[in-house]
Design a protein around this ligand. Structure first.
Ligand code: NAD
Length: 272
């Protein structure tokens, strides 16, 4: 087991890609805190509601993994709120006394062209995807430095490498995550803290429940819309899995000399 003795904190880890990451980290022997929110500030997200029930999902997943013998806790935290981010890190440290790995997988999306985009949508996407990532990284640094190192992985996207119509706010947020990741990596490179991003292509989570509906052509079913979009975006012609993302995170957190990178896990969609 590659992560025996390590402690990881995964935001957005109750469902979707974050859940895939939690499962791989647990399989490799890490103790894992899953941070999720039940209620968020905006309705502008892939759940179309402020009541996103992420903490409920985190508690259910933690119970499932504990029953299998893993050491896992669920923590309620909205990553856009600094007090909750600080409390989330404090709760992890109270439980296990250390923090080796931070994975920022909490994220939100909506689809709208610039002229139709509302201020709420902009704020929701930027606050969660960018400010949330910044706050979580900022709050763990002191502990990682004191321990002599750490590993951080932020979820960006192929939308953080190239623009897309209907996603100006989401693309802006993911380009920001890539730039933030590279900057922080350089700041803490001498502290034995690596900071990388993973850029997924298409993973069939709640985000694609929203996207397949938004992209459906007149007369096309949501499933047809999804298959057509995967065909269009992904050279391999197939989607990726949450487990693929977990394996990419494992690769990055077990490597000593890869930092500042934004790794595409996208079936060939992007080069840079
Ligand atoms: N699914 C894809 O194809 C895809 C592609 C590229 C990038 N991504 C990125 O991967 C990450 C995970 O997305 P996903 O597809 O698994 O979506 P998802 O909706 O399944 O998971 C996102 C999780 O984030 C949580 N969350 C949202 N706002 C939060 C907040 N303020 N505080 C705490 N938790 C919050 C939600 O409760 C949810 O469980 C996101 O950053 C997303 O942008 C996904």
């Amino acid at each position: 087991m590659k992560l025996a003795g390590k402690v990881a904190l995964v935001t957005g880890g109750g469902r979707g890609i974050g859940r895939g990451v939690v499962e791989v980290l647990v399989r490799e022997g890490a103790r894992v805190a899953i941070a999720e929110a039940d209620r968020v500030v905006w309705t502008a997200n892939q759940y179309w509601t402020k009541e996103i029930a992420g903490y409920q999902a985190a508690k259910a997943l933690a119970a499932e993994l504990v029953a299998q013998g893993a050491e896992v806790i669920a923590i309620e935290a909205d990553v856009t709120k600094v007090a909750e981010v600080k409390a989330m890190v404090a709760a992890t440290l109270r439980k296990w006394g250390r923090l080796d790995i931070l994975v920022n997988a909490a994220g939100v999306i909506t689809v709208n062209p610039v002229e139709a985009l509302t201020e709420d949508e902009w704020d929701s996407i930027m606050d969660t995807n960018v400010k949330g990532t910044f706050l979580c990284c900022q709050v763990v640094l002191a502990q990682m430095k004191q321990q002599g190192g750490g590993r951080i992985v932020n979820f960006a996207s192929i939308a953080g490498k190239e623009g897309a119509p209907g996603l100006p706010h989401y693309c802006a947020s993911k380009f920001a995550v890539v730039g933030f990741t590279n900057s922080l990596a350089k700041e803490v490179a001498r502290d034995n803290i690596s900071v990388n991003a993973v850029c997924p292509g298409v993973v069939p989570t709640q985000m694609w429940v929203l996207l397949r509906r938004a992209y459906a052509l007149p007369g096309e079913s949501e499933d047809e819309s999804y298959r057509r979009t995967v065909e269009r975006l992904i050279p391999q012609g197939v989607d990726q899995t949450a487990a693929d993302m977990g394996e990419a995170v494992l690769f990055l957190v077990t490597n000593d000399h890869i930092t500042g990178q934004a790794l595409n896990v996208d079936g060939g969609a992007r080069l840079f």
